[in-house]
Design a protein around this ligand. Structure first.
Ligand SMILES: NC(=O)c1ccc[n+]([C@@H]2O[C@H](COP(=O)([O-])OP(=O)(O)OC[C@H]3O[C@@H](n4cnc5c(N)ncnc54)[C@H](OP(=O)(O)O)[C@@H]3O)[C@@H](O)[C@H]2O)c1
Length: 368
């Protein structure tokens, strides 16, 4: 981990102290965030955030402290000591760690803002989501979750602003996985599906183990976050998830995974042909019904969408999500755009962090 570039430097005069920031995770997203911060050095934006702690699973460091040996473990006490007791303090979670997600409510309760790309805080157990919400409501700290669903696309913001304006959300449905969007935008029913999976993996579009995408579990977490933001407090098992991974492929050991991938081919060829026969196109859809015939139902899986459906369209790994509400009862509001990737995710994390820094600088206690 090299964070020399973030040594506190002479900052432009901005009239208030910068927010003190701790970054957890230096992988794909964390590295993109560090690169973005580096590019801001010497600018007014860069002057608003001061990195005081950077950690991964192997240790932590104070940026710029060349003689400071890495401390073992990402202990929360060390992180809090480096953040200090006063002023605007922000933890950015760019890990996929349950133990870090377990700390979110604790930090909020101590007045430390939390900004996260990790879905485990709000998209996991309902008890953890409730603890985070309660800590937010009690304290003066805010929770930034723009990066968790749609990598910064204004999805959660739309849901919250519609409700703040008096609307009830009726339903939400959409393509929430960049990798599954890419696969079904490219799959033609002729070439084997497993070939497209290999291509997507080589391009870095899937998780290292593509079964993590194909199982639908990541999309389950995203749908839970959208549901809870829409006022529906679902437990994870209330979402029906159709995995695309046959049991035998799920059981394959990692070294044999590539040889086992063709197990995907026959079932998906059959699904594709069936959809085509009925004039539809296959898409991986997450669907939440709040006020319709199946009110309270939540489902993740493949659907054959008829031509002209609002969820068709979008390119490459675009996310595309439709929201029906009081003011959009028939023709939904559709949010579409790149919903995955390190660059947009890092940008979304920093958007939230800058917003909280600006709020605190304006001495506002309101969480936007
Ligand atoms: N990649 C994307 O495009 C994308 C998009 C949206 C959201 N996300 C979410 O963003 C998060 C990070 O994704 P990623 O792709 O950057 O993952 P990644 O490349 O696997 O990096 C994860 C980082 O977290 C660190 N880490 C693990 N446990 C930790 C702990 N207890 N304390 C401190 N650091 C810890 C890891 O440390 P080591 O380096 O020591 O292993 C690693 O640096 C995930 O929750 C993911 O779902 C990713």
């Amino acid at each position: 981990m090299s964070v020399q570039a973030f040594a506190p430097r002479t900052l432009p005069a901005v009239g208030h102290a910068p927010a003190r920031v701790a970054l957890l995770g230096t992988g794909t997203v964390g590295s993109a965030l560090l690169a973005r911060l580096e590019a801001w050095h010497g600018t007014a934006l860069g002057a608003r955030l001061q990195l005081v702690h950077v950690a991964n699973s192997r240790g932590s460091q104070v940026p710029g402290a060349a003689s400071d040996p890495p401390h073992p473990g990402p202990a929360s006490t060390l992180l809090e000591a480096r953040l200090g007791l006063r002023g605007c303090r922000i933890v950015i979670d760019a890990t996929a760690s349950e133990s870090v997600a377990d700390q979110h409510a604790h930090w909020l309760a101590r007045g430390i803002h939390v900004v996260t790309a990790c879905k485990l805080g709000q998209g996991g157990l309902l008890s953890r989501w409730r603890a985070i919400r309660a800590a937010q409501q009690q304290g003066a700290a805010c929770y930034g979750d723009s990066a968790t669903v749609g990598a910064g696309l204004p999805l959660l913001r739309c849901l919250r602003e519609l409700q703040a304006g008096g609307d009830r959300i009726h339903a939400v449905a959409g393509v929430l996985s960049g990798s599954l969007a890419w696969l079904f935008n490219h799959y033609d029913g002729l070439r084997p599906f497993s070939g497209f999976v290999r291509e997507a993996r080589v391009a870095g579009l899937t998780e290292p183990d593509p079964r993590d995408d194909l199982s639908g579990e990541d999309v389950r977490r995203k749908l839970l976050i959208l549901a809870r933001a829409s006022g529906i407090e679902l437990e994870p098992d209330a979402v029906e998830v159709e995995s695309l991974v046959p049991a035998a492929l799920q059981a394959a050991a990692r070294p044999w995974l590539d040889d086992a991938l063709p197990m995907l081919d026959a079932p998906l060829r059959a699904r594709f042909a069936d959809a085509r026969k009925r004039g539809g196109q296959l898409r991986h859809i997450a669907r939440l019904d709040i006020a319709g015939l199946d009110a309270g139902s939540a489902r993740v899986g493949l659907e054959a969408l008829p031509a002209g459906h609002p969820l068709l369209g979008g390119q490459g790994s675009d996310n595309r999500v439709a929201i029906w509400s009081d003011r959009y009862p028939r023709q939904p509001l559709v949010v579409q755009g790149p919903g995955a990737g390190a660059q947009v995710t890092a940008a979304a994390l920093l958007d939230d962090a800058l917003r909280f820094a600006a709020q605190d600088a304006a001495s506002s206690s309101t969480c936007a």
